[in-house]
Design a protein around this ligand. Structure first.
Ligand SMILES: [Zn+2]
Length: 61
């Protein structure tokens, strides 16, 4: 009854907390996806300034 379940933040699948070296992810795959996501975002911020695409810049509020 003390099986703690966690919800993987990547695929939203429930997995066991216990004996899970990849927690809070369900698997190494999801962990890598999450790490890759952050790395990609940092790369994007560092690599280029956000330039509005044609059309996007017209959205003046
Ligand atoms: Zn997952």
């Amino acid at each position: 009854m003390d099986e703690k379940k966690i919800k993987c933040p990547v695929c939203k699948k429930e997995s066991a907390w216990k004996d899970n070296p990849f927690r809070p992810f369900c698997s190494e795959r999801c962990r890598m996806i999450d790490l890759g996501k952050w790395a990609a975002e940092e790369y994007r911020i560092a690599g280029e300034k956000k330039v509005p695409l044609p059309g996007e810049g017209d959205e003046i509020k």
